[in-house]
Ligand binder design. Structure first.
Ligand SMILES: Cc1ncc(COP(=O)(O)O)c(C=O)c1O
Length: 472
């Protein structure tokens, strides 16, 4: 007897939305149906997804930043097959893993000022470990984090989440967590001067809205952390592993954090894995005696499939020069979008580094467009972005997301393998859709029509909430 997974997938794939509505997250299915994102993809290869008709889509979402090396990369698949075909002594627990040792050694080569690695199963678990390590290493209670930060959704991570929509209804959260504005050194110094702060945790570029710090911010923050004895924790879960055109985004500013967090694309898109890279003295404070050798950990961390996925991912990043590709394609796209902003008054600013790009829309100056913009803003803040995101998928087969709840920014997070012809596809599609959005009210009626078709039973006043697509 064996389970034929491919047959099962083929036999049941048409029922996916019904299954999810019945047994999983019904609200997610409603969101997908409302904005016409219920495409029922059948295959993924590299930067592309394929639907039932065999139509090819360009994925600028990358599974929230997981598919840096693209979907189903042959090097990762072959490494995983090897692990499965061999009989490695996986997860012995009262022994140590060979592959974990090698992956740790390899990761630290990219971040030579750090000396130890702690592996986890996900991004949020890496954040939890960093919070625990920081408190115990400094014997201080406080954690400082930034407004609009996203570090995951388990309790520690949620306690340092700078967005009320994620926190609401889940309190009480961890005590002694203090929120400050991003990119504000004065606020940071006021927070740290109590000398009660164990760690300052931040994303070097914030995922929400793609916020890029001013050039003095990260070096200034590192200096303040040193001055007040606070650990600097760089959450590079989204920005790390080449995403911004450097191995770590912090490298753009010469940052040397005390703790660096990785996850997402380290998985090769196949096996969840996270990593906490730290200074030795911090690690030694946590694991300080033999009876504390397992004081923090997780059963499945360091499993052979995850370690092999991490090793294969780094191999692909190096052999395909993906960090360099992220830098050059990112520059090309940023410059193309900046030129578009000169032509289209609703396109306000373009931000980013490498292949993490935010395109922000804003109130127009001309009276002709103002009324339509205000109408959409009244229905729901950020709804304008649906005028872009929906036709990008429907008419141009480009999958992209709004960069956060209620903010008028679209985020591009493509696989780092994208080619020049993919860039042309992106530039052509955005130009067409943004130009159409300026031809109001036709574009608004077309948006309303799509929403109506997909949610006929709903009142128009509910569309805003339904279409505030989940994002990170
Ligand atoms: C910057 C950042 N940190 C942490 C996380 C949480 O990672 P995970 O979803 O694997 O728990 C995310 C996920 O989106 C993230 O973007």
């Amino acid at each position: 007897m064996s389970l034929q997974v491919s047959e099962l997938f083929a036999a049941r794939e048409a029922e996916r939305y019904a299954l999810h509505s019945r047994y999983l997250n019904e609200q997610m299915v409603r969101v997908l149906r409302t904005i016409g994102f219920d495409r029922g993809y059948l295959k993924g290869a590299g930067q592309y997804l394929f639907d039932r008709k065999g139509d090819r889509y360009l994925d600028l979402l990358s599974g929230w930043g997981v598919f840096a090396i693209g979907r189903n990369h042959p090097v990762v698949r072959s490494a995983l097959k090897e692990v499965l075909d061999d009989s490695f002594p996986n997860l012995v627990q009262m022994d140590v893993s060979v592959l974990a040792g090698v992956l740790a050694e390899r990761l630290l080569r990219y971040v030579p000022h750090l000396e130890k690695v702690f592996f986890t199963n996900s991004g949020t678990e890496a954040v939890e470990a960093a919070l625990k390590f920081s408190r115990t290493a400094t014997a201080r209670p406080g954690i400082v984090y930034c407004s609009h930060a996203f570090h995951g959704l388990s309790y520690g991570s949620l306690s340092v989440n700078g967005d009320e929509i994620f926190r609401s209804g889940f309190g009480p959260l961890l005590p002694d967590c203090l929120e400050i504005p991003f990119n504000d050194l004065g606020a940071l110094e006021r927070a740290l001067s109590s000398r009660q702060i164990a760690a300052f945790i931040l994303e070097p570029l914030q995922g929400k809205g793609v916020a890029v710090p001013s050039d003095d911010y990260l070096p200034g923050a590192a200096a303040l952390c040193r001055k007040y004895g606070t650990l600097l924790v760089a959450d590079e879960i989204q920005t790390g592993l080449g995403r911004t055109g450097r191995f770590l985004a912090g490298e753009h500013w010469g940052l040397e954090p005390d703790i660096v967090l990785l996850a997402k694309s380290l998985s090769g898109g196949h096996v969840p894995v996270g990593a906490v890279l730290t200074r030795k003295w911090i690690f030694d404070k946590v694991f300080d005696r033999m009876d504390r050798a397992v004081v923090h950990g997780s059963t499945f961390a360091k499993n052979d499939l995850a370690m092999a996925a991490g090793l294969a991912t780094l191999e692909v990043m190096e052999s395909e020069k993906l960090i360099e590709n992220a830098a050059s394609k990112g520059e090309r796209l940023l410059s193309a979008f900046r030129k578009m902003a000169e032509r289209h008054e609703l396109l306000k600013t373009v931000r980013g580094k490498g292949l993490m790009i935010g395109i922000e829309f804003g109130a127009p100056s001309s009276l002709r467009l103002k009324a339509s913009w205000n109408l959409l803003e009244t229905v729901s803040s950020g709804l304008f972005c649906q005028l872009i995101v929906i036709p990008l998928l429907k008419e141009h087969r480009i999958l992209v997301q709004v960069a956060g709840h209620g903010i008028p920014t679209i985020k591009l997070l493509p696989p780092l393998i994208i080619s020049d012809s993919d860039c042309e596809w992106i530039e052509h599609a955005f130009e067409a859709v943004i130009a159409a959005a300026h031809r109001v009210p036709a574009s608004i009626w077309s948006l309303a029509k799509t929403l109506m078709e997909n949610a006929v039973q709903k009142k128009v006043s509910n569309f805003g909430e339904q279409t505030s697509t989940p994002s990170r």
